[in-house]
Design a protein. Sequence first.
Length: 189
Amino acid sequence: MTIPFDPENRIQLHDLRFLPSISAQEVQTRVHALGAALQNSLSDDTPLFISVLSGSFIFTADLVRAFEHPCEITFVKLTSYAGTQSTGDVQTVMGLEKDISGRHLVVVEDIVDTGRTLHFFLEQLWAQQPASVTTVGFLRKPDAAKFSVKIDLVGFDIEDNFVVGYGLDYNGLGRNLKGIYVLEPTTHQ
Ligand code: 5GP
């Protein structure tokens, strides 16, 4: 994954190179702050965390361990990306298995890009009458926003460039990187 003797600590995934953007230490510090913020607002309830797979699996694992109160966790799988491009179409690959009516929900997204995925998913959730919905996005690209969605907690606002790491992949690779890496500008097709 690394390029030998590279002074900029770039990594290569398939045909593309990526530069370090947010360090593993910065990621952990921010995720702990997000967990503490959720703990303050939701400590009287037993919230149900809904992790939007695949990209948010690592973020969810760290976030729920920073939330030191009883909670439940469930997963859905939604897809909209192929390679480095959004397909403009959200598909439910794996739907909700839990009854969410009357529950306090925390929706955990890896990255909010156009907002299409979250917009689509929140509509589905509200139709099932939860008590409340708190949305958490680890990353957000404000310049890419096309759908108006409420995001209560954001880890980092980033520029509108393709990123990998901390659960996010490029065609299957890069999910296990501890920090965030951004596509090197000169290699963009
Ligand atoms: P949206 O529906 O908000 O346009 O896109 C959300 C989904 O697109 C994310 O959950 C993620 O799977 C994917 N995505 C958006 N931007 C990026 C990115 O920069 N890198 C990666 N790896 N996936 C992204």
